[in-house]
Design a protein around this ligand. Structure first.
Ligand code: ATP
Ligand code: MG
Length: 211
C-alpha cells in the first residue's frame, strides 16, 4: 500500500471530516508564489494539511525541457520541510508515463478514503486550462477546486461549474518558475523569489545554468 500512511492519522479537531489541500505543479523550481498560495488557501479553507504533488512528466510540457523529477521533488521537500501542515507526495514522480491530474485525484481519493474533503489548489492560469479539459466534470466530482489569482492571469467567475470551484484572493506575487530559470541562466539573483534552501540547491547542482 503506497499511501497507507495517511489513513486515520489525521484528526480535524472540530469533529468534521479532514480537509486536505492538493497543490499540483511542475515546481521547476518551487517558489514563493506556490508557497503563499498554499498557505493562504490552507488558512481560508481551514485545511488540515496541504500535499504538494510534483508532476512526473507533465503532458503539456516538453520532456527535454523539464528538470529531472527527482530534483524537482527534492526542491519541493526542501521548500516545505519546515511547515508542519505541508508534505510532499511522490505519487506522480513514481508513476510511469505522462502525468494526468485525474489519476492523481483518484489515487489520493482512494488512499484517504471517502470521508475526507479534497481541495485542489491552482493558480488562475492552471485553472483556466483545466476548465477546458474533456474530463473536467469528473475532476470536479473528485475534489473542490480553488483558483488563486496570479499576476498576469485573469479568471472570471462566469462559466464556472456551480459549487465546484472557488476563486480566492491570495497575496499577489509576480513570480514564475520560468522567470526563475531564466534568471539563473543569465546569472541574475533569485534570492527571496524562492526559499534560501532552493537557491543553495540550484547553486550546488548547477541546475538551469546552461539550458
Ligand atoms: P512555469 O513557469 O514553469 O509554468 P509556474 O511558476 O507556473 O512554472 P507551476 O509549477 O507551473 O509553476 O505551477 C503550479 C501551480 O502553482 C499552478 O496551479 C500555478 O497556476 C500555481 N502558481 C504558480 N505561480 C503562482 C503565483 N505566483 N501565484 C499563484 N499561483 C501560482
Ligand atoms: Mg506554470
Amino acid at each position: 500500500m503506497v499511501h497507507g500512511h495517511n489513513s486515520g492519522r489525521r484528526s480535524s479537531g472540530a469533529g468534521r471530516p479532514p480537509r486536505i489541500g492538493i497543490m499540483g505543479g511542475t515546481f521547476d523550481p518551487v517558489h514563493h508564489g506556490h508557497l503563499v498560495a498554499a498557505s493562504e488557501v490552507a488558512h481560508l479553507f481551514e485545511l488540515d494539511e496541504v500535499v504538494f504533488v510534483p508532476t512526473g512528466q507533465p503532458w503539456q510540457k516538453d520532456p527535454d525541457k523539464v528538470t529531472p523529477p527527482e530534483d524537482r521533488y527534492l526542491m519541493t521537500v526542501i521548500a516545505t520541510a519546515e511547515n508542519p501542515q505541508f508534505r510532499v507526495d511522490r505519487i506522480e514522480i513514481d508513476r510511469d508515463g505522462p502525468t494526468y491530474t485525474i489519476d492523481t485525484l483518484r489515487e489520493l481519493r482512494s488512499s484517504y478514503g471517502p470521508s475526507v474533503e479534497l481541495f485542489f489548489i491552482t493558480g488562475a492560469d492552471a485553472l483556466g486550462a483545466i476548465l477546458g479539459w474533456h474530463n473536467a466534470d469528473e475532476l470536479f466530482e473528485l475534489a473542490h477546486f480553488v483558483g488563486c489569482n496570479r499576476p498576469g492571469h485573469r479568471l472570471s467567475d462566469t462559466g464556472l461549474p456551480e459549487g465546484k470551484v472557488s476563486l480566492v484572493e491570495v497575496p499577489a506575487l509576480a513570480i514564475s518558475s520560468t522567470e526563475c530559470r531564466e534568471r539563473v541562466r543569465k546569472g541574475e539573483p533569485i534570492w527571496y523569489l524562492v526559499p534560501d534552501g532552493i537557491v543553495r540547491y540550484i547553486n550546488k547542482t548547477g541546475l538551469y545554468r546552461d539550458s
